[in-house]
Design a binder for this molecule. Sequence first.
Ligand code: AMP
Length: 224
Amino acid sequence: MNIVLLGPPGAGKGTQGERIAKTLGIPKLATGDVLRAAVAQGTPLGLAAKAAMERGDLVPDSVILGIMKEALALPSASKGVVLDGVVRTVPQAEGLARVLSELGRGVDAVLLFEVGEDELVRRLSARATCESCQTPYTGREPGTACDKCGGKLVRRTDDEPEAIRSRMRAYHEQTEPVIEWYERRARKSDDAGARDHNGPRVVRVNALGNIDDITKIVMKGLEG
Ligand code: AMP
């Protein structure tokens, strides 16, 4: 099952994505994690992405398509993958459809995480993230240790107020049109009387509330 997680920064895509991947026994691909690791290692990919990421802007579609293509071709992804924050523009959605179709696959479900902007800003402003395993914590002090791996919690440079504003703008301007793009494809395949690989199911999730409750809603949405 190939699942796309859509939603603004801070909506909980990473946390829920981790749980979905574990439950379904498939890997999770988060382009943000891949890019942050590349920046930390100073690879050419990291050098190409660093400035845009620090500003809170999106990195070019061509960079993302390269990461997608490589990750989806791995044997570990052959049974499906949870794509966390990977599709952020319409050209990326088109590119993903192309890459998957070349592999004889398609997007099966799109989960849209919805949270009001005030809450998102509150979460991101109070967030510390493990520099090793990328687990986010709300309300924890930077410098303390990650519960999962013992790594050091740091404040992401793009969790500063100005970068948060840019990320929200990028979401509204570039990512929100992706929702309509997938919903149109879902309607088309419904009209055709069969859900084919052009039309994933789009499930809207109210992502405000208890993390465990949201996981239950998400898993039910994937079954339905
Ligand atoms: P995230 O960890 O998902 O919040 O991503 C952190 C940053 O990485 C974003 O603000 C972008 O600068 C960059 N990034 C991650 N995924 C993408 C993507 N699919 N398209 C463009 N930029 C991305």
